[in-house]
Ligand binder design. Structure first.
Ligand code: MN
Length: 267
């Protein structure tokens, strides 16, 4: 075994020990899939995303005496889910742009969390601007290349109609301005961007240039999205590792998934 391989083996052994001892916690950033969890609602002239549905096949009964199981249906974009580059027209020709084509190492990576919870509490249309990112970096250091960046808003605590927050002029929820996504993608080289809201874009994101800048810029550059995340308040600003592997759906544009973070124990 080479020295590098010995080092890597020792590192994984240390990780296994830390997971058992609790020095590294596994934090679940995922909402439970159930029929009540809201899905994005588009203007009525467009096709619509399906909620989660589950039907019982058998439950230790005449349909199957020793087993219980279900069929379920949903959209690729239902619940806590992953957006692949092919989800957006700007990313339709990106190589390896569907969930089944993305290399597995892309599903494990470092994560930075930008806390916008105070701003989002005061303003439901709170905007993540370049200045917010630069202020974060002044405290925590430059966002490392190939990191996930997650926008914490505590929006995941909302339930029912307050989650989509639909008004006469459409949904209202926080999100990034175009220049912030440009900074993250083209100057910091992030791997992807995630939010607690139903989309990576603000509720009013159709009014930016380009419309839906997170989708347009991220996916056009072959980067990924995560939305409907939870428990971002349990993550440090930096230093955690994100595990986010979508289902291997052929030509899939996204997928519900279990998002986990490996987090160093505080203190
Ligand atoms: Mn989506």
């Amino acid at each position: 075994m080479t020295e590098d391989a010995q080092g890597a083996t020792a590192m994984l052994a240390d990780l296994a020990t830390a997971l058992v001892s609790g020095d590294v916690d596994v934090v679940d950033l995922t909402h439970t899939l159930d029929p009540d969890f809201p899905v994005i609602v588009l203007p009525p002239e467009f096709g619509q995303c399906a909620r989660f549905r589950m039907e019982e096949i058998s439950a230790y009964d005449h349909r199957g005496p020793a087993w219980k199981w279900h069929n379920f249906t949903c959209s690729e974009h239902t619940g806590t889910h992953f957006d692949a580059p092919s989800h957006w027209i700007s990313g339709r020709d990106v190589p390896n742009g569907a969930v089944d084509e993305i290399a597995p190492e892309r599903f494990v990576g470092p994560v930075c969390v930008i806390d916008c919870s105070e701003g989002a509490a005061a303003d439901e249309d709170f905007e993540l601007t370049p200045q917010v990112i630069l202020d974060w970096e002044a405290t925590h250091g430059r966002i490392p290349k190939d990191s996930w960046v997650l926008m914490r808003t505590d929006w995941s605590r909302r339930r029912g109609e307050a989650y989509l927050n639909m008004k006469d002029d459409g949904p209202h929820s926080p999100g990034p301005v175009p220049a912030a996504v440009e900074l993250l993608v083209h100057e910091r080289g992030i791997r992807g961007f995630g939010t607690e809201t139903v989309g990576t874009d603000a509720g009013q994101g159709s009014h930016y240039t380009p419309p839906y800048p997170a989708h347009h810029i991220l996916h056009g550059a072959g980067r990924y999205g995560l939305q409907c995340l939870a428990n971002l308040d349990l993550l440090p600003p930096r230093g955690a590792m994100l595990l986010a592997a979508p289902l291997k759906i052929r030509n899939g544009t996204g997928s519900p998934l279990r998002v986990l973070a490996l987090v160093p124990r505080a203190g």
